[in-house]
Design a protein around this ligand. Sequence first.
Ligand SMILES: *Cc1c(COP(=O)(O)O)cnc(C)c1O
Length: 424
Amino acid sequence: MAAIETYGARYEGDALFIEGVSLHSVAAQFGTPTYVYSKAALTAAYGRLDAAVSQARAGRSYTLCYAVKANSNLAILNLLTKLGAGFDIVSGGELQRVLRAGGQANKVVFSGLGKTRDEIAMALQAGIKCFNVESEPELERLSEVASALKVKAPVSLRVNPDVDAKTHPYISTGLKNNKFGIAFDRARSVYQRAATLPGISIAGVDCHIGSQLTDASPLVEAMQKIVSLADDLANDGIQLHHICPGGGVGITYTSEPQIDLVRYANALQQALGNRAVELLLEPGRAIVGNAGVLLTKVEYVKLGANKNFLIVDAAMNDLIRPALYQAHHEIVEVQRTQTQQRKEFDVVGPVCESSDVLGYSRQLGATEGELLAVLSAGAYGFVMSSNYNTRPRAAEVMIDGVKATIVRDRETVQGLVSGEYLLD
Ligand SMILES: *Cc1c(COP(=O)(O)O)cnc(C)c1O
């Protein structure tokens, strides 16, 4: 694995800290399992991308629309609002979160292929920046709902540039046979149709080819394709206000190379040249992924003839990425031990599924009652958690310097059953 600092953490002596707070004290104060975020790591990750894009744009306009689905905690959305972010949402619920967190509707773009009439009306009333339209029927519906409200829906077509993101098939979204987006070769005629619809105003073009990319070239290739589409549209008399190549910049989970953000931003700018359009990006994972860990306690050490297990109090319901995508998360001891005290363990949760494994074949020295930190858990962690096995979802804590603040209470079983009723 990479140096522990890569993950926004560090050892003081042998105890693991996030900023100025030891994870032992977080567990003592808030219990486990708990998601622990670093305000400094989050701010730094946002700042790196923002600085790269700002420099490449050299005074031209751009907005980083953080993909809310990566981590939608209100404290995180509020922090990003203060840093100047816009937001990319995929549901009416996410819009309400953004507004509650103080985000500006006019910096919100709305992606997602199943927008309901109610969600569309809510977003129009809030005055969002743009709808990223994923199909022709959606375009017709948008025009209808907007016309009924006597407004125009600003739209961008999410086109499918048919570029292979070369990432896990479950997080690859830019190929032809994918459910997302409008086929590239149909885009021009769909824009023509959009131009005739009474409730539509054309604002931009968008794509998103996949997630956890470790090489920028597919992202740049997709950008070149949508820029050339924008040129074709200009020839057809349709001027765009913005161009958005989506999100997808990966993070280091183990040893994956990191996309060089300066080169990436410069390549996007080179594709745009002097066209008078705003650049939008929709980064999710790159902002929050390595700003969070999942803190968990060892319940049992189960030694076997062929395999040893550390049975911990976090499970696939808390962090589903390993089970869902065969994702690898580094797992480290909160109290560091000597190498010779370590054994090989599968780190597993208590859920009744064989796929409930947080990490296979890890060298760890933890004993019962000790703490482990599952790294790189800030993105697609808590947000994908469930209550499977009637497990209340974890608490979320944000560290800022020497201060640890609860930003979401641990759920209770009482709360879980509160909306359930017996027959008379
Ligand atoms: C999920 C998603 C993103 C963010 O993807 P990351 O890989 O987390 O950067 C951006 N845009 C759209 C449309 C998405 O669905």
